[in-house]
Design a protein around this ligand. Structure first.
Ligand code: B12
Length: 211
């Protein structure tokens, strides 16, 4: 089965089509990673490009996002099944003022799949919430996501709040999201950056010294 039909279903915001085609792709033997990288992620790229060129508007982006979420929901059990003892705990969330959560959700699923216990705080998360969650769970990793250039500096607020709570030395902070780069992460003073959910997993393991 070729995955273009699934990619088109996401672009067109066809939730039912996404459900059926994702099931078909799984049954045809495509790995969840392949379905992500060959269909779902490139589909959102196309939607983003169309949005930038004013070919589509927020409502169309929203329905595409809903369709993508349907597929991700079906892939989740495959991405997160491990059965092993947790290798660490991660708290993740999207910064305050930013409602984008698809990439962050994907990072959460892949971390779970790699054996992490994940507390997902959702989107539009205030710095104090990151701090409280890190305290409550004793997390070793805090992952912050942002998709908007206007909210990128909100990541700094989270780092500063962790410092004020004297947690900065206890947790490793990873940042990511489309506008974030390694050099921006370095400027912020974050411990790690990942360009994709797969890189987020590699980075989290590296930061905790897990092979
Ligand atoms: C879907 C979408 C929406 C949906 C979001 C639905 C949802 N529930 O998430 C809706 C319609 C709500 C939306 C709203 C808006 N959006 Co929008 N949106 C997008 C779009 C098309 C796709 C984003 C996406 O899901 N990508 C797919 C995922 C899988 O990729 P990702 O998020 O980058 O995540 C990957 C990596 O970055 C990384 N990663 C992500 N997080 C983390 C965290 C860590 C710790 C690590 C290590 C890695 C990591 O791993 C992920 C998986 O591989 C992008 C365009 C684009 N191509 O990015 C625009 C985009 C982000 N939106 C944009 C804008 C402008 C807006 C609005 C302001 C529009 C408006 N006028 O209202 C609002 C903002 C609302 C708000 N306050 O947040 C702009 C941002 C421009 C900028 N420079 O800031 C973009 C770039 C579109 C554009 N080309 O102009 N949007």
């Amino acid at each position: 089965m070729d995955l273009d039909a699934l990619k088109d279903a996401v672009i067109n915001g066809d939730v039912k089509g996404c459900a059926v085609l994702t099931e078909v792709a799984i049954r045809a033997g495509h790995s969840p990673q392949k379905i992500l990288t060959a269909a779902l992620v490139p589909a959102m790229q196309v939607v983003g490009d169309k949005f930038r060129c004013n070919e589509v508007y927020v409502p169309e982006v929203l329905v595409a996002a809903r369709a993508m979420k349907k597929s991700l929901g079906l892939l989740k059990p495959l991405l997160t099944q491990t059965g092993a003892k947790p290798v660490g705990t991660a708290v993740i969330g999207t910064v305050k003022g930013d409602l984008h959560d698809i990439g962050k959700n994907l990072v959460g699923m892949m971390l779970e799949g790699a054996g992490f216990e994940v507390l997902d705080l959702g989107a539009d998360v205030a710095p104090e919430k990151f701090v409280q969650a890190a305290k409550d769970t004793g997390a070793q990793i805090v992952g912050i996501s942002t998709l908007l250039t206007t909210t990128m500096l909100g990541m700094k607020d989270v780092l500063q709040a962790l410092e004020r709570a004297e947690l900065r030395a206890k947790v490793k902070v990873m940042v990511g999201g489309a506008p974030v780069t390694q050099s921006f992460a370095d400027e912020l003073g974050a411990d790690g950056y990942g360009e994709s959910a797969a890189e987020a997993v590699d980075k989290a393991k590296e930061l905790l010294g897990i092979k």
